[in-house]
Ligand binder design. Structure first.
Ligand code: NAD
Length: 495
Protein backbone atom coordinates (compact mmCIF):
# COMPACT_ATOMS: atom_id res chain seq x y z
CA UNK A 1 0.00 0.00 0.00
CA UNK A 2 1.22 3.51 -0.78
CA UNK A 3 2.78 5.29 2.21
CA UNK A 4 0.87 8.44 1.20
CA UNK A 5 -2.40 6.66 2.05
CA UNK A 6 -2.03 7.42 5.75
CA UNK A 7 -2.97 11.02 4.86
CA UNK A 8 -6.25 10.13 3.14
CA UNK A 9 -9.69 11.35 4.23
CA UNK A 10 -11.93 8.64 5.79
CA UNK A 11 -14.23 8.95 2.74
CA UNK A 12 -11.36 8.03 0.41
CA UNK A 13 -10.11 5.26 2.67
CA UNK A 14 -13.52 3.61 2.83
CA UNK A 15 -13.88 3.80 -0.98
CA UNK A 16 -10.46 2.19 -1.51
CA UNK A 17 -11.25 -0.46 1.10
CA UNK A 18 -13.84 -1.82 -1.35
CA UNK A 19 -10.98 -3.00 -3.59
CA UNK A 20 -11.34 -4.67 -6.05
CA UNK A 21 -13.44 -1.73 -7.19
CA UNK A 22 -16.42 -2.57 -9.36
CA UNK A 23 -17.61 -0.82 -12.50
CA UNK A 24 -20.85 1.14 -12.71
CA UNK A 25 -23.40 -0.17 -15.23
CA UNK A 26 -27.11 0.69 -15.32
CA UNK A 27 -26.97 1.86 -11.70
CA UNK A 28 -25.40 -1.41 -10.52
CA UNK A 29 -21.88 -2.10 -9.29
CA UNK A 30 -20.50 -4.89 -11.46
CA UNK A 31 -17.66 -7.20 -10.38
CA UNK A 32 -15.37 -9.42 -12.48
CA UNK A 33 -12.89 -12.19 -11.76
CA UNK A 34 -10.10 -10.42 -13.60
CA UNK A 35 -8.63 -7.45 -11.74
CA UNK A 36 -5.78 -4.97 -12.26
CA UNK A 37 -3.86 -2.83 -9.78
CA UNK A 38 -3.60 0.93 -9.95
CA UNK A 39 -0.43 2.44 -8.46
CA UNK A 40 0.45 5.68 -6.71
CA UNK A 41 3.02 7.18 -9.12
CA UNK A 42 4.59 9.10 -6.21
CA UNK A 43 5.57 5.90 -4.38
CA UNK A 44 5.20 3.19 -7.03
CA UNK A 45 3.05 1.30 -4.53
CA UNK A 46 -0.46 -0.10 -5.11
CA UNK A 47 -3.50 1.97 -4.20
CA UNK A 48 -6.29 -0.47 -5.06
CA UNK A 49 -7.37 -3.12 -7.56
CA UNK A 50 -10.24 -2.71 -9.98
CA UNK A 51 -12.39 -5.17 -11.93
CA UNK A 52 -11.74 -5.48 -15.68
CA UNK A 53 -14.86 -5.25 -17.82
CA UNK A 54 -15.12 -7.68 -20.73
CA UNK A 55 -16.82 -7.12 -24.10
CA UNK A 56 -20.01 -8.64 -22.61
CA UNK A 57 -20.06 -6.03 -19.84
CA UNK A 58 -19.40 -3.23 -22.32
CA UNK A 59 -22.38 -4.55 -24.25
CA UNK A 60 -24.44 -4.46 -21.06
CA UNK A 61 -23.34 -0.85 -20.42
CA UNK A 62 -24.35 0.28 -23.92
CA UNK A 63 -27.70 -1.50 -23.50
CA UNK A 64 -28.19 0.26 -20.14
CA UNK A 65 -27.39 3.61 -21.76
CA UNK A 66 -29.89 2.90 -24.58
CA UNK A 67 -32.56 1.91 -22.07
CA UNK A 68 -31.98 5.05 -19.98
CA UNK A 69 -32.08 7.27 -23.08
CA UNK A 70 -35.65 6.51 -24.05
CA UNK A 71 -38.50 6.31 -24.69
CA UNK A 72 -39.62 8.39 -21.74
CA UNK A 73 -36.02 8.52 -20.53
CA UNK A 74 -33.18 11.05 -20.22
CA UNK A 75 -33.40 12.07 -23.87
CA UNK A 76 -37.05 13.04 -23.48
CA UNK A 77 -36.77 14.95 -20.19
CA UNK A 78 -37.47 18.67 -20.59
CA UNK A 79 -34.14 20.54 -20.65
CA UNK A 80 -34.89 22.32 -17.38
CA UNK A 81 -35.55 19.07 -15.51
CA UNK A 82 -32.36 17.55 -16.88
CA UNK A 83 -30.62 20.77 -15.95
CA UNK A 84 -31.82 20.57 -12.35
CA UNK A 85 -30.41 17.05 -12.04
CA UNK A 86 -27.08 17.98 -13.62
CA UNK A 87 -26.73 21.01 -11.34
CA UNK A 88 -27.38 18.66 -8.44
CA UNK A 89 -24.56 16.46 -9.75
CA UNK A 90 -22.27 19.52 -9.93
CA UNK A 91 -23.22 20.40 -6.33
CA UNK A 92 -22.51 16.82 -5.24
CA UNK A 93 -19.09 16.78 -6.91
CA UNK A 94 -18.32 20.14 -5.28
CA UNK A 95 -19.31 18.78 -1.85
CA UNK A 96 -16.93 15.84 -2.32
CA UNK A 97 -14.16 17.94 -3.84
CA UNK A 98 -11.47 17.24 -1.20
CA UNK A 99 -12.01 13.47 -1.51
CA UNK A 100 -11.99 13.55 -5.30
CA UNK A 101 -8.85 15.70 -5.32
CA UNK A 102 -7.07 13.19 -3.09
CA UNK A 103 -8.15 10.28 -5.28
CA UNK A 104 -6.98 12.07 -8.41
CA UNK A 105 -3.65 13.09 -6.88
CA UNK A 106 -3.06 9.55 -5.65
CA UNK A 107 -4.04 7.85 -8.90
CA UNK A 108 -2.29 9.99 -11.50
CA UNK A 109 0.55 11.59 -9.56
CA UNK A 110 -0.78 15.15 -9.52
CA UNK A 111 0.10 17.63 -6.81
CA UNK A 112 -3.00 18.00 -4.60
CA UNK A 113 -3.59 21.70 -5.48
CA UNK A 114 -3.50 20.83 -9.19
CA UNK A 115 -5.90 17.93 -8.67
CA UNK A 116 -8.19 20.31 -6.78
CA UNK A 117 -8.13 22.66 -9.78
CA UNK A 118 -9.12 19.79 -12.06
CA UNK A 119 -12.19 18.94 -9.97
CA UNK A 120 -13.21 22.62 -9.85
CA UNK A 121 -12.84 22.70 -13.63
CA UNK A 122 -15.19 19.68 -13.94
CA UNK A 123 -17.82 21.49 -11.87
CA UNK A 124 -17.50 24.69 -13.92
CA UNK A 125 -17.74 22.77 -17.22
CA UNK A 126 -20.81 20.84 -16.10
CA UNK A 127 -22.56 24.03 -14.99
CA UNK A 128 -21.58 25.86 -18.21
CA UNK A 129 -23.07 23.23 -20.55
CA UNK A 130 -26.09 22.64 -18.33
CA UNK A 131 -26.97 26.35 -18.47
CA UNK A 132 -26.17 26.63 -22.18
CA UNK A 133 -28.47 23.71 -23.02
CA UNK A 134 -31.43 25.61 -21.49
CA UNK A 135 -30.96 28.30 -24.14
CA UNK A 136 -30.84 26.01 -27.19
CA UNK A 137 -34.15 26.25 -29.10
CA UNK A 138 -35.34 22.74 -29.89
CA UNK A 139 -37.31 24.03 -32.94
CA UNK A 140 -36.20 26.45 -35.59
CA UNK A 141 -38.62 27.77 -38.23
CA UNK A 142 -37.11 27.94 -41.75
CA UNK A 143 -38.71 30.57 -44.02
CA UNK A 144 -38.99 29.06 -47.54
CA UNK A 145 -41.52 29.87 -50.27
CA UNK A 146 -44.63 27.65 -50.61
CA UNK A 147 -43.67 25.38 -47.72
CA UNK A 148 -44.01 25.24 -44.01
CA UNK A 149 -40.59 24.09 -42.79
CA UNK A 150 -38.76 23.76 -39.56
CA UNK A 151 -35.92 21.81 -38.01
CA UNK A 152 -35.89 20.02 -34.69
CA UNK A 153 -32.91 19.12 -32.50
CA UNK A 154 -32.82 15.75 -30.79
CA UNK A 155 -30.12 14.15 -28.67
CA UNK A 156 -28.42 11.22 -30.40
CA UNK A 157 -28.63 8.42 -27.83
CA UNK A 158 -25.82 6.44 -26.12
CA UNK A 159 -22.38 8.04 -26.59
CA UNK A 160 -19.02 6.35 -25.93
CA UNK A 161 -16.02 8.10 -24.31
CA UNK A 162 -12.44 6.87 -23.94
CA UNK A 163 -10.10 9.03 -21.85
CA UNK A 164 -6.35 9.15 -21.17
CA UNK A 165 -4.57 9.25 -17.80
CA UNK A 166 -3.23 12.80 -17.66
CA UNK A 167 -6.42 14.70 -16.69
CA UNK A 168 -8.94 11.93 -15.90
CA UNK A 169 -11.64 13.94 -14.13
CA UNK A 170 -11.21 17.25 -15.94
CA UNK A 171 -11.47 15.50 -19.33
CA UNK A 172 -14.46 13.50 -18.10
CA UNK A 173 -16.14 16.89 -17.64
CA UNK A 174 -14.98 18.35 -20.96
CA UNK A 175 -16.19 15.22 -22.75
CA UNK A 176 -19.42 14.14 -21.10
CA UNK A 177 -20.92 17.44 -19.83
CA UNK A 178 -22.13 18.64 -23.28
CA UNK A 179 -23.40 15.15 -24.17
CA UNK A 180 -25.39 14.80 -20.95
CA UNK A 181 -26.72 18.37 -21.05
CA UNK A 182 -28.04 17.78 -24.58
CA UNK A 183 -29.90 14.67 -23.39
CA UNK A 184 -27.56 11.85 -24.41
CA UNK A 185 -26.51 9.00 -22.15
CA UNK A 186 -22.86 8.01 -21.77
CA UNK A 187 -20.55 5.01 -21.41
CA UNK A 188 -17.11 6.04 -20.17
CA UNK A 189 -13.88 4.04 -20.27
CA UNK A 190 -11.17 5.67 -18.14
CA UNK A 191 -7.48 4.88 -18.68
CA UNK A 192 -6.29 1.73 -16.92
CA UNK A 193 -3.66 3.74 -15.04
CA UNK A 194 -6.23 6.13 -13.56
CA UNK A 195 -9.75 4.67 -13.13
CA UNK A 196 -10.46 5.86 -9.58
CA UNK A 197 -12.08 9.29 -9.97
CA UNK A 198 -14.30 8.10 -12.85
CA UNK A 199 -15.53 5.16 -10.77
CA UNK A 200 -16.16 7.56 -7.90
CA UNK A 201 -18.32 9.66 -10.20
CA UNK A 202 -20.67 6.66 -10.38
CA UNK A 203 -21.25 6.97 -6.64
CA UNK A 204 -21.82 10.68 -6.87
CA UNK A 205 -24.25 10.23 -9.78
CA UNK A 206 -26.26 7.89 -7.55
CA UNK A 207 -26.12 10.33 -4.64
CA UNK A 208 -27.29 13.17 -6.90
CA UNK A 209 -30.25 11.11 -8.20
CA UNK A 210 -29.11 10.84 -11.82
CA UNK A 211 -31.32 8.07 -13.27
CA UNK A 212 -29.71 4.64 -13.62
CA UNK A 213 -27.99 4.04 -16.95
CA UNK A 214 -27.49 7.73 -17.82
CA UNK A 215 -23.82 7.55 -16.72
CA UNK A 216 -21.99 4.21 -17.01
CA UNK A 217 -18.32 3.64 -16.25
CA UNK A 218 -16.48 0.54 -17.53
CA UNK A 219 -12.88 0.10 -16.36
CA UNK A 220 -10.26 -2.00 -18.12
CA UNK A 221 -7.40 -1.96 -20.60
CA UNK A 222 -7.63 -0.23 -23.96
CA UNK A 223 -6.94 -3.30 -26.08
CA UNK A 224 -9.96 -5.17 -24.65
CA UNK A 225 -12.46 -2.92 -22.85
CA UNK A 226 -11.62 0.15 -24.96
CA UNK A 227 -11.67 -1.76 -28.23
CA UNK A 228 -15.04 -3.34 -27.33
CA UNK A 229 -16.49 0.12 -26.70
CA UNK A 230 -15.10 1.76 -29.82
CA UNK A 231 -16.48 -0.96 -32.14
CA UNK A 232 -19.89 -1.16 -30.44
CA UNK A 233 -22.69 -0.70 -32.99
CA UNK A 234 -25.11 0.58 -30.32
CA UNK A 235 -23.27 3.89 -29.91
CA UNK A 236 -24.52 6.99 -31.73
CA UNK A 237 -21.38 9.12 -31.11
CA UNK A 238 -17.85 8.18 -30.12
CA UNK A 239 -15.33 10.49 -28.48
CA UNK A 240 -11.68 9.61 -27.94
CA UNK A 241 -8.98 11.59 -26.15
CA UNK A 242 -5.45 10.18 -26.28
CA UNK A 243 -2.61 9.43 -28.67
CA UNK A 244 -2.89 9.70 -32.47
CA UNK A 245 -1.88 6.02 -32.80
CA UNK A 246 -4.82 4.76 -30.74
CA UNK A 247 -7.10 7.51 -32.09
CA UNK A 248 -6.67 6.05 -35.55
CA UNK A 249 -7.71 2.58 -34.30
CA UNK A 250 -10.76 3.97 -32.51
CA UNK A 251 -11.79 5.98 -35.59
CA UNK A 252 -11.43 2.89 -37.79
CA UNK A 253 -13.51 0.75 -35.44
CA UNK A 254 -16.28 3.35 -35.04
CA UNK A 255 -16.10 4.16 -38.75
CA UNK A 256 -17.09 0.60 -39.60
CA UNK A 257 -20.43 1.31 -37.90
CA UNK A 258 -20.53 4.82 -39.44
CA UNK A 259 -20.57 6.21 -35.90
CA UNK A 260 -19.30 9.82 -35.96
CA UNK A 261 -16.03 10.17 -34.02
CA UNK A 262 -14.47 13.10 -32.22
CA UNK A 263 -10.70 12.83 -31.71
CA UNK A 264 -8.76 14.99 -29.24
CA UNK A 265 -5.15 13.87 -29.75
CA UNK A 266 -1.56 14.73 -28.87
CA UNK A 267 0.53 17.73 -29.83
CA UNK A 268 3.98 19.17 -30.25
CA UNK A 269 3.24 22.82 -29.54
CA UNK A 270 5.68 25.68 -29.94
CA UNK A 271 6.31 28.93 -28.11
CA UNK A 272 7.64 31.55 -30.53
CA UNK A 273 9.45 34.15 -28.41
CA UNK A 274 10.36 37.53 -29.98
CA UNK A 275 13.19 39.77 -28.80
CA UNK A 276 10.91 42.43 -27.25
CA UNK A 277 9.60 40.27 -24.37
CA UNK A 278 10.30 40.58 -20.67
CA UNK A 279 12.70 37.63 -20.52
CA UNK A 280 12.31 37.11 -16.78
CA UNK A 281 8.49 36.91 -16.98
CA UNK A 282 8.45 34.76 -20.14
CA UNK A 283 10.99 32.24 -18.82
CA UNK A 284 9.07 31.97 -15.53
CA UNK A 285 5.84 31.21 -17.35
CA UNK A 286 7.29 28.74 -19.84
CA UNK A 287 9.25 26.90 -17.14
CA UNK A 288 6.00 26.79 -15.13
CA UNK A 289 4.05 25.41 -18.10
CA UNK A 290 6.50 22.61 -18.98
CA UNK A 291 6.83 21.43 -15.38
CA UNK A 292 3.07 21.65 -14.63
CA UNK A 293 1.87 18.05 -14.14
CA UNK A 294 5.40 16.98 -15.11
CA UNK A 295 4.87 18.12 -18.70
CA UNK A 296 2.11 15.54 -19.29
CA UNK A 297 -0.13 18.11 -20.96
CA UNK A 298 -1.21 17.56 -24.58
CA UNK A 299 -1.07 21.24 -25.56
CA UNK A 300 2.19 22.12 -23.80
CA UNK A 301 4.80 24.25 -25.54
CA UNK A 302 7.55 21.69 -26.01
CA UNK A 303 9.46 23.50 -28.76
CA UNK A 304 10.74 26.87 -27.59
CA UNK A 305 11.76 28.88 -30.65
CA UNK A 306 13.55 31.98 -29.39
CA UNK A 307 14.79 35.07 -31.24
CA UNK A 308 18.56 34.94 -31.74
CA UNK A 309 19.09 38.35 -30.08
CA UNK A 310 17.78 37.14 -26.68
CA UNK A 311 18.51 33.42 -27.05
CA UNK A 312 21.51 33.23 -24.69
CA UNK A 313 19.88 35.31 -21.96
CA UNK A 314 16.63 33.33 -22.32
CA UNK A 315 18.44 29.99 -22.04
CA UNK A 316 20.49 31.06 -19.01
CA UNK A 317 17.39 32.23 -17.14
CA UNK A 318 15.08 29.34 -18.03
CA UNK A 319 17.77 26.76 -17.28
CA UNK A 320 18.26 28.17 -13.77
CA UNK A 321 14.50 28.23 -13.14
CA UNK A 322 13.94 24.65 -14.31
CA UNK A 323 16.94 23.35 -12.38
CA UNK A 324 15.50 24.91 -9.20
CA UNK A 325 12.10 23.14 -9.46
CA UNK A 326 11.51 21.04 -6.32
CA UNK A 327 10.47 17.53 -7.37
CA UNK A 328 8.61 15.71 -4.60
CA UNK A 329 5.71 13.67 -3.27
CA UNK A 330 2.25 14.67 -4.48
CA UNK A 331 0.92 15.13 -0.92
CA UNK A 332 3.90 17.29 0.13
CA UNK A 333 2.94 20.99 0.09
CA UNK A 334 6.56 21.92 -0.68
CA UNK A 335 6.63 19.98 -3.98
CA UNK A 336 6.57 22.00 -7.19
CA UNK A 337 6.52 18.99 -9.53
CA UNK A 338 5.41 15.41 -8.91
CA UNK A 339 6.17 12.16 -10.74
CA UNK A 340 5.12 11.02 -14.21
CA UNK A 341 2.26 8.55 -14.29
CA UNK A 342 4.08 5.22 -14.62
CA UNK A 343 7.43 3.51 -15.03
CA UNK A 344 6.55 3.06 -18.72
CA UNK A 345 6.11 6.83 -19.07
CA UNK A 346 9.36 7.48 -17.19
CA UNK A 347 11.23 5.19 -19.57
CA UNK A 348 9.60 6.98 -22.51
CA UNK A 349 10.89 10.36 -21.28
CA UNK A 350 14.40 9.03 -20.54
CA UNK A 351 14.43 7.24 -23.90
CA UNK A 352 13.68 10.47 -25.80
CA UNK A 353 16.52 12.27 -23.99
CA UNK A 354 18.91 9.51 -25.05
CA UNK A 355 17.66 9.40 -28.64
CA UNK A 356 17.66 13.19 -28.92
CA UNK A 357 21.31 13.36 -27.85
CA UNK A 358 22.21 10.42 -30.12
CA UNK A 359 20.73 12.41 -33.04
CA UNK A 360 22.93 15.41 -32.21
CA UNK A 361 20.93 17.56 -29.76
CA UNK A 362 22.87 19.18 -26.92
CA UNK A 363 21.73 18.75 -23.31
CA UNK A 364 21.29 22.25 -21.91
CA UNK A 365 19.80 20.86 -18.69
CA UNK A 366 20.53 17.23 -18.10
CA UNK A 367 17.27 15.98 -16.59
CA UNK A 368 17.23 12.22 -16.04
CA UNK A 369 15.82 10.00 -13.31
CA UNK A 370 15.27 11.54 -9.90
CA UNK A 371 15.08 10.10 -6.38
CA UNK A 372 12.61 11.48 -3.85
CA UNK A 373 12.67 10.80 -0.11
CA UNK A 374 9.69 8.67 0.87
CA UNK A 375 9.02 7.90 -2.79
CA UNK A 376 12.07 5.80 -3.63
CA UNK A 377 10.08 3.53 -5.96
CA UNK A 378 8.12 6.46 -7.50
CA UNK A 379 8.31 7.46 -11.16
CA UNK A 380 10.29 10.70 -11.02
CA UNK A 381 12.24 12.55 -13.68
CA UNK A 382 13.96 15.92 -13.49
CA UNK A 383 13.11 18.78 -15.88
CA UNK A 384 15.34 18.73 -18.97
CA UNK A 385 16.27 21.04 -21.84
CA UNK A 386 17.60 20.02 -25.24
CA UNK A 387 18.78 22.30 -28.04
CA UNK A 388 19.47 21.82 -31.73
CA UNK A 389 17.77 21.39 -35.09
CA UNK A 390 14.00 20.87 -35.10
CA UNK A 391 14.35 17.75 -37.25
CA UNK A 392 15.65 15.96 -34.13
CA UNK A 393 13.42 13.13 -32.88
CA UNK A 394 12.92 14.90 -29.54
CA UNK A 395 11.68 17.99 -31.40
CA UNK A 396 9.43 16.02 -33.79
CA UNK A 397 7.65 13.53 -31.56
CA UNK A 398 5.49 14.02 -28.48
CA UNK A 399 7.50 13.12 -25.35
CA UNK A 400 4.89 13.89 -22.67
CA UNK A 401 7.32 14.81 -19.90
CA UNK A 402 9.06 17.91 -18.47
CA UNK A 403 11.31 18.30 -21.49
CA UNK A 404 11.53 21.32 -23.83
CA UNK A 405 13.53 21.62 -27.05
CA UNK A 406 15.22 24.96 -27.81
CA UNK A 407 15.89 26.45 -31.24
CA UNK A 408 16.65 29.97 -32.48
CA UNK A 409 15.16 32.10 -35.25
CA UNK A 410 15.91 35.43 -36.94
CA UNK A 411 13.01 36.77 -39.03
CA UNK A 412 9.27 36.53 -38.33
CA UNK A 413 8.79 34.41 -41.48
CA UNK A 414 11.48 31.98 -40.38
CA UNK A 415 9.95 31.73 -36.90
CA UNK A 416 6.45 30.96 -38.23
CA UNK A 417 7.86 28.41 -40.69
CA UNK A 418 9.68 26.62 -37.84
CA UNK A 419 6.50 26.53 -35.71
CA UNK A 420 4.58 25.02 -38.62
CA UNK A 421 7.19 22.36 -39.33
CA UNK A 422 5.18 19.60 -37.61
CA UNK A 423 2.39 17.18 -38.42
CA UNK A 424 0.63 18.05 -35.17
CA UNK A 425 -1.74 21.00 -34.85
CA UNK A 426 -2.99 21.44 -31.31
CA UNK A 427 -1.71 24.67 -29.71
CA UNK A 428 1.09 27.22 -30.03
CA UNK A 429 1.86 30.54 -28.38
CA UNK A 430 3.50 33.74 -29.56
CA UNK A 431 5.30 36.03 -27.12
CA UNK A 432 5.86 39.68 -28.07
CA UNK A 433 5.19 43.19 -26.77
CA UNK A 434 4.10 44.16 -30.30
CA UNK A 435 0.44 43.10 -30.29
CA UNK A 436 -0.07 43.74 -34.02
CA UNK A 437 2.76 41.33 -34.78
CA UNK A 438 1.48 38.88 -32.16
CA UNK A 439 -1.96 38.86 -33.81
CA UNK A 440 -0.45 38.32 -37.29
CA UNK A 441 1.73 35.47 -36.08
CA UNK A 442 -1.05 33.91 -33.97
CA UNK A 443 -3.23 33.63 -37.07
CA UNK A 444 -0.39 32.17 -39.21
CA UNK A 445 0.48 29.29 -36.90
CA UNK A 446 -1.33 26.15 -38.12
CA UNK A 447 -3.18 24.64 -35.15
CA UNK A 448 -6.54 24.62 -33.43
CA UNK A 449 -5.38 27.15 -30.85
CA UNK A 450 -2.99 30.12 -30.72
CA UNK A 451 -2.27 31.90 -27.45
CA UNK A 452 -0.72 35.36 -27.07
CA UNK A 453 1.75 36.01 -24.22
CA UNK A 454 0.46 32.97 -22.35
CA UNK A 455 0.32 29.19 -22.77
CA UNK A 456 -2.40 26.70 -21.71
CA UNK A 457 -5.45 29.00 -21.59
CA UNK A 458 -8.96 27.47 -21.67
CA UNK A 459 -11.82 29.90 -20.98
CA UNK A 460 -15.16 28.12 -21.27
CA UNK A 461 -16.92 29.26 -24.44
CA UNK A 462 -13.75 29.35 -26.57
CA UNK A 463 -13.42 26.21 -28.75
CA UNK A 464 -10.40 24.07 -27.93
CA UNK A 465 -9.42 21.30 -30.34
CA UNK A 466 -6.77 20.05 -32.73
CA UNK A 467 -6.20 19.82 -36.48
CA UNK A 468 -4.03 17.46 -38.57
CA UNK A 469 -2.41 14.79 -36.34
CA UNK A 470 -3.88 16.46 -33.23
CA UNK A 471 -7.47 15.56 -33.93
CA UNK A 472 -10.73 16.19 -35.69
CA UNK A 473 -14.36 16.71 -34.86
CA UNK A 474 -14.54 20.24 -33.60
CA UNK A 475 -12.95 20.15 -30.16
CA UNK A 476 -14.45 20.88 -26.77
CA UNK A 477 -15.66 23.60 -24.40
CA UNK A 478 -17.78 25.78 -26.67
CA UNK A 479 -21.36 26.11 -27.92
CA UNK A 480 -20.26 24.16 -31.05
CA UNK A 481 -19.41 21.22 -28.78
CA UNK A 482 -22.93 21.23 -27.37
CA UNK A 483 -24.48 21.40 -30.88
CA UNK A 484 -22.44 18.30 -31.84
CA UNK A 485 -24.52 16.36 -29.35
CA UNK A 486 -27.83 17.10 -31.09
CA UNK A 487 -28.92 15.54 -34.34
CA UNK A 488 -30.88 17.81 -36.58
CA UNK A 489 -34.10 16.80 -38.32
CA UNK A 490 -35.95 18.80 -40.98
CA UNK A 491 -39.74 18.75 -41.29
CA UNK A 492 -41.39 20.15 -44.45
CA UNK A 493 -45.05 20.52 -45.53
CA UNK A 494 -45.84 21.85 -49.03
CA UNK A 495 -48.45 24.60 -48.85
P1 NAD B 1 -3.43 6.34 -25.23
O1 NAD B 1 -3.85 6.68 -26.60
O2 NAD B 1 -2.40 5.31 -25.03
O3 NAD B 1 -4.69 5.86 -24.37
C1 NAD B 1 -5.86 6.64 -24.26
C2 NAD B 1 -7.02 5.75 -23.93
O4 NAD B 1 -7.23 4.83 -25.00
C3 NAD B 1 -6.85 4.90 -22.67
O5 NAD B 1 -8.08 4.84 -21.98
C4 NAD B 1 -6.51 3.53 -23.23
O6 NAD B 1 -6.89 2.47 -22.38
C5 NAD B 1 -7.35 3.52 -24.49
N1 NAD B 1 -6.92 2.57 -25.52
C6 NAD B 1 -5.67 2.07 -25.74
N2 NAD B 1 -5.69 1.21 -26.78
C7 NAD B 1 -6.96 1.17 -27.24
C8 NAD B 1 -7.61 0.49 -28.30
N3 NAD B 1 -6.94 -0.36 -29.11
N4 NAD B 1 -8.93 0.71 -28.49
C9 NAD B 1 -9.62 1.56 -27.71
N5 NAD B 1 -9.07 2.23 -26.66
C10 NAD B 1 -7.74 2.03 -26.45
O7 NAD B 1 -3.02 7.75 -24.57
P2 NAD B 1 -2.45 8.01 -23.12
O8 NAD B 1 -1.03 7.56 -23.08
O9 NAD B 1 -3.41 7.51 -22.10
O10 NAD B 1 -2.54 9.62 -23.07
C11 NAD B 1 -1.60 10.44 -23.60
C12 NAD B 1 -2.04 10.99 -24.95
O11 NAD B 1 -3.29 11.67 -24.83
C13 NAD B 1 -1.07 12.02 -25.47
O12 NAD B 1 -0.86 11.83 -26.83
C14 NAD B 1 -1.80 13.34 -25.20
O13 NAD B 1 -1.35 14.40 -25.97
C15 NAD B 1 -3.21 12.95 -25.48
N6 NAD B 1 -4.15 13.92 -24.89
C16 NAD B 1 -4.84 14.77 -25.72
C17 NAD B 1 -5.72 15.72 -25.17
C18 NAD B 1 -6.49 16.71 -26.03
O14 NAD B 1 -7.42 17.34 -25.52
N7 NAD B 1 -6.16 16.89 -27.30
C19 NAD B 1 -5.91 15.78 -23.79
C20 NAD B 1 -5.18 14.89 -22.99
C21 NAD B 1 -4.32 13.96 -23.56
Amino acid sequence: MSTQMAQLLPEVQSFLAESPLRSFIGGEWVAADETLATLDPATGQPVARFCVMSAAEVDRAVAAAAQAFGPGGWGRLPANERGALLHRLADTVERHLPALAQLEALDCGKLVPHATGDIQNFVATLRYFTDLAQQVPSRHVIPVAHHEAWSVRHPWGPCGFIFPWNFPFLLLGWGTAPALAAGNTVVVKPAEDTPLSSLYLGRLAQEAGIPDGVINVVAGPGETTGAALSRHPGLRRMSFTGSPEVGRQVAEAAGRNLTPVKLELGGKGAALVFDDVDVDDTTTRLAGAITFHSGQVCCDATRWIVHERIYDEFVAQVRAKMAAVRVGLTFDAESQMGPVVSEKQRQRVLGYLERGVAEGASLVLEGGACRVNGGEAGFYVKPALLAGGLDNVAAREEIFGPVAFLARFGSEEEGVALVNRTRYGLANSVWSADLARAQRVAESMVAGNSWVNAHNVFPLGVPYGGVNLSGMGGGVNSPETLYDYYRSQSVVRPL
